[in-house]
Design a protein around this ligand. Sequence first.
Ligand code: GLV
Length: 324
Amino acid sequence: MKPVVVLYKSLPHDLRQRLEAHCSVIEIDGLTAENLRKHATAFQSAEGLLGSGGLVDDSLLAIAPKLRAVSMISVGYDNVDVAALNRCGVILMHTPTVLTETVADLMMALVLTTARRIVDLAGRVKAGEWKSSIGPDWYGIDVHHKTLGILGMGRIGMALAQRAYGGFSMPVLYNARTHHAEAEQRFNAQYCDLDKLLAESDFLCISLPLTKETHHLIGREQLAKMKPGAVLINTGRGAVVDEPALIDALQTGHLYAAGLDVFTQEPLAVDSALLKLPNVVALPHIGSATHATRYGMAHDAVDNLIAALSGKVTQNCVNPQLLK
Ligand code: GLV
């Protein structure tokens, strides 16, 4: 008998077929509390779970006694209570490699967009405000040769360092849990403590997951330590930054701009003060959102789940201590 899998995000047709060759698939529309109630029978028999976002915690585990593997179509898994999964012996899989270059592209795009005021000025052109030769009030700031600070030197941080150093002649500083010899060797990246990173970066680029340690890591005090006129870019998770404190730092002019793909609350509320600031570029969490990369993520997540349910995991496992 094929194992039952609850699928809570649609898959491209060919990937759905690939999954169905190995599993009996029940598709639901998201992991909402209502859906947990409505599809209780499906969860009761589910050995696998596949999707992205939604809360995977004790309340879900309580109604899914047969669950053996959860496969996220994402690199981040801050929506998953990993300790609870560990207690129940449930394997957690994710997609850490396939989106690296695409997210790094977006980070570099946010650096350029904020520095050169692309969104603000393009909007002014469309609004018919370009009536004569432009003056300094429409100028931006340079990117090339400015210092790029990376908070979190994982795969994405590395890909960003490559772009900044190789493409834009930017000196690279970084802070991470450990030194990264390859980044230092290939991109001349300099390790520094957080205070120095804040004080010396012209562009502070955050590429961190959300954990207890990173929650509000960039708070009021840290924002005050940032170089005046610097730009903050966040494509990691919104809650790494204290959003009200960031809004203040932008409103007072201490920071030049912010490029944000992630927010404490997503979707971002339409009345957020961030949206009223012309120096904020706010995106709808599109770090990995290209056709090719989203397909690649779904592909890897399907393969990850099939591997986990058949005891053949070789990579992409968050809790490998559970593999026997
Ligand atoms: C995107 O934010 C992801 O975690 O894949």
